[in-house]
Design a protein around this ligand. Structure first.
Ligand code: ADP
Length: 485
């Protein structure tokens, strides 16, 4: 029950409340498991509503001080947190591999990505600009100032145990807010290690707190509190709806980053090699367990067979294995439930006529490993064309015209990420504008970075994270009208 870390202060199993490591008030604990082996890794504090109450009290007091710090003071602390995350990159990556399962290189990449939000928002802390508005009445002066929203809460998922925390906590702190974090039950260890580094960086007690525990119970307690002015959630659309409803009585501000059903369109004039390389990146990262993973491949009739054969050849060579094995590129799925869902979707597609070009079965590496799979002749009648797969399965569908491709791409309740491949500039402009998605990749399958606005439309949620727009989510705009007569 230990994880080999160089910096043992990062292996934390208690909650982090008011600057202290503390068990849950009722003493409850929950086991965290390694998805590659099934072995228990740690028993982590399982917080309840009374722990939430303690944390909110501490956050309110901490935020009252923090909001008066200058942007420069906030910047220094966020930059220090960034540096400590980078200094401890190997250990943090080990924690991710151990509790989440992704290959080590991807885990290290996630830590760099997570750190990038700390540095980006450290800089943004200095740019809380307002506005001066030319008045309609010469006897008045009108201005707009930006102020922190207040105490915020974040509920985060298991697929990016580090990045989903910094992407929310960094802008909150930069804007002058406090942040209470409820990490996924499956991956609390990375979140707790980040809290330790925040503490070492000089983040004041109560400003960043981590309460591991049950989503339903803690979600209710966080939503019910009028002291929490904003909730930022990343997870499923179904839970997003519950949180929105639960936030109605206190009219909380919300950022919801929910499910996706990303189309990946390959037009007949695409650079095929580039499309295949990008398809592998967009589909198989984190074993397909990201909300921006390509979920449906729409390929023009005239190149369909060529694309399918070449793509499947590359996919079939992707090595499956535990995240800490040097040659692994596809790790385990997060849980038996996730694996079962993938199996069910593949079975449904095959029963309705889809062909398996490669994969299509579990892998020998362990109970939660699934072979990277390419399915051909997938149709809208199959569940896999509509549901978020969250696994290493690429369904290929055909289209004949640009209008048909766009109609198929938009035929979903989701609107997070979309990808398309064409070398025709005019078509690129048209398609980018027609796709009903918050993010569009043109000739690329990798679009996320700290300077760009991440978020969706339709039932993929609301709000944007990262970029300069990410600050808006944690700021209130206040209009001040002065009569100068
Ligand atoms: P995923 O499919 O990524 O597990 P979930 O939406 O189920 O997505 O989980 C994401 C986060 O939401 C986790 O931290 C989980 O504990 C939390 N969660 C799950 N159900 C609820 C709920 N009813 N209310 C609040 N949070 C929840």
């Amino acid at each position: 029950m230990t994880v080999p870390l160089a910096n043992t202060s990062l292996f934390r199993k208690d909650a982090f409340i008011h600057g202290e490591w503390t068990p849950a008030l009722n003493g409850a604990r929950r086991a965290v498991h390694n998805p590659a082996t099934g072995a228990e890794v740690a028993e982590v504090a399982e917080c309840g509503a009374d722990d939430v109450a303690r944390a909110i009290e501490a956050a309110v007091a901490a935020q009252a001080q923090w909001r008066n710090r200058t942007g420069a003071q906030r910047q220094v602390i966020l930059a220090r947190w960034h540096d400590l995350v980078m200094d401890n990159l190997d250990d943090l990556a080990t924690l991710i591999v151990t509790e989440q399962g992704k290959p080590r290189a991807e885990a290290a990449g996630e830590i760099r990505y997570a750190a990038s939000f700390l540095l980006w928002f450290a800089a943004e802390a200095m740019r809380g600009y307002g506005d001066v508005i030319p008045p309609t009445n010469p006897a008045t002066r009108l201005s707009v100032i930006r102020q922190p929203v207040g105490v915020c809460a974040a509920i985060t998922p298991w697929n990016f145990p580090a990045a989903m925390i910094t992407r929310k906590a960094a802008p909150a702190l930069a804007a002058g807010c406090a942040m209470i974090i409820k990490p996924s039950e499956l991956t609390p260890l990375t979140a707790l290690a980040l809290a330790e580094l925040a503490h070492q960086a000089g983040v004041p007690a109560g400003l960043v707190q981590v309460l591991p525990g049950d989503g339903v119970r803690l979600g209710k307690a966080l939503c019910a509190s009028p002291a929490i002015r904003k909730l930022s959630f990343t997870g499923s659309t179904q839970v997003g709806r519950i949180l929105m409803a639960q936030s109605a009585p206190t009219l909380k501000r919300l950022s919801l980053e929910l499910g996706g059903n990303a189309p990946f369109i390959v037009f007949e004039d695409a650079h095929i090699e580039q499309a295949i390389k990008s398809a592998v990146a967009a589909k198989f990262r984190n074993a397909g367990q990201t909300c921006v993973c390509a979920n449906r491949f729409l390929v023009h009739d005239s190149i369909y067979d060529d694309f399918a054969t070449r793509f499947a050849r590359v996919v079939d060579r992707l090595h499956v294995g535990p995240g800490n094995a040097p040659n692994s590129v596809i790790g385990p799925l997060i849980s038996a439930g996730a694996r079962d869902k993938v199996e069910t979707l593949v079975r449904d597609a095959v029963t309705k006529g889809a062909g398996v070009l490669c994969g299509g079965t579990r892998d020998r590496a362990g109970a939660l490993f699934y072979r990277p799979t390419v399915l051909r002749e997938v149709t809208p009648a199959m569940r896999i064309a509509h549901e978020e797969i969250f696994g290493p399965v690429a369904p290929l569908m055909r289209f004949g015209t640009e209008a048909e491709a766009i109609a198929m791409a938009n035929d979903t309740e989701y609107g997070l990420a979309a990808y398309f491949f064409t070398r025709d500039h005019a078509r690129a402009c048209r398609v980018a504008e027609e796709l009903e998605y918050g993010m569009v990749g043109h000739n690329t399958g990798l679009i996320s970075n700290e300077v760009a606005p991440f978020g969706g439309i339709k039932q993929s949620g609301m709000g944007r994270e990262g970029s300069r727009y990410g600050m808006d989510e944690y700021q209130e705009m206040k209009y001040v009208c002065t009569d100068i007569t």
